[in-house]
Design a protein. Structure first.
Lengths: 141, 141, 141, 141
DNA sequence: GTGGTCTAGACCACT
DNA sequence: GTGGTCTAGACCACC
């Protein structure tokens, strides 16, 4: 019941947000299936070495958003039908992220081609989590 | 002696960082040549409608980094030889930025093609300054 | 959580620099171990009778340099692995400092022997902190 | 009538002080003999690429101290009998310089031996000015 | 409680 | 005029 999550206690983004995004990410890549249990607030807190209140904050937001559901007295689970993020918001997010990257790339002195190549590489490189999951599946099918 | 710089005071990133990055950016695209003067702390502050201390903070970081040089009691100038960021570090920065973008794109549920399109668009965007500079050069060759 | 630090507010060098150098010095002599907490900005400020912003400035420079790390909302700590200054740069710094001293000594009309004696005396001087630390260790082993 | 002087227009110490110390230094090492002429304020200013008022300030201080003398309508000269700096002040200066060096050395992570070696080397290395002067003397005895 | 940011205003030394 | 330093005080998000 441990999550493939790591958190950086220094600076941006805030820890609660790192946890929130991390869980969303694990769901997006399929590492956390609908209906699957997530660790208790306390367990995850000791695991990540952060304050339980911080984990609670992230869980609360995820619950409010309908991504997680609490079964009282039982535990917390990924929702059976996690809500889809509205298309408009999704493209806005994407555009902002792209802009941040573009500024960073120009400041780093990269050419258009170098920048694009770096992005392609980052997109193609299967995430550690995904590979880890496939590995696990092979072991415990 | 006015700079093609605008800042968003509603923070995130902080104003001083927006100024720092902005100046670096203007140098990177050639809108600010080595040896060229930059506006005085006070001038830029009134121009951007921020506190002089905020501009001073940005300028000082740039000076510490060797991007700007101060001639005491005279003014501040772009360094004749702005420090070249070591190639290794540059590609590392680029790779990290690309990775951050890739994660954001995956979380936003974007496909590989959507992600790349967004980046291409963002890269073609911030040429406002460049076009402005080329225009100026055509006028006063 | 009080630091063996004193500053001279009559400037030269500026207070924030005195604090920065002081912390570096305490780490260098081992009075501040890796991972150890440093006083909060406010605590040190009241202790030194200076404005919190002044301490914050010093701490932030040290954080930027990787000497200190911030745990958000928690506190500030000495980095586990304080950055090693590259050997080349270290000897360069040392050589420059030595050269500055040599010039000053010549200007003061000192002989070679007088100059060396002054340096030996100065080197044996700032062991106040070290002795204090050893004393503490003997008390609480 | 050009002086072996260079100044750094950035930061500490102030330019006028660099000039003042520089002239004192040239006299101390014998590169400027008693009675020898020094360049005019204007000439030195254009030579060093600084504001004439800055050179004037240095010359004024040196004149006040009796190190230089003005012969009206003629020029400025090194005093025939440059005043000796009081012994007490000299040793104070030396001690301060030694202390600054010691702090810098410790912060640079140098051992006592390394620090002393660096100073010895700096003291033994005949200054560029001295060598230059000897060379000149051989050419025009 | 923690650090981070910003403003307003003052004072200083240097050119 | 220039940049540099410092204070006092406010507000914010985070843990």
């Amino acid at each position: 019941m441990t999550l493939r999550l790591r958190v950086d206690p220094s600076s941006e983004p805030p820890i609660w947000r790192q946890i929130e995004d991390g869980v969303r990410h694990l769901i997006a890549i399929g590492a956390l299936a609908p209906g699957a249990p997530v660790p208790s607030v306390r367990a995850l807190a000791t695991d990540l070495v952060v304050n339980p209140a911080t984990v609670a904050r992230a869980y609360q937001r995820l619950t409010d958003a309908g991504v997680l559901v609490v079964r009282r007295g039982d535990g917390t689970y990924v929702a059976e039908k996690p809500p889809v993020v509205p298309r408009a918001e999704r493209t806005r997010t994407l555009r902002e992220a792209a802009h941040r990257f573009a500024v960073a790339a120009v400041n780093a002195g990269a050419t258009r081609e170098e920048a694009l190549a770096a992005v392609e590489q980052a997109l193609d490189q299967p995430s550690r989590e995904k590979r880890a999951k496939e590995h696990e599946e092979r072991r415990t099918p």
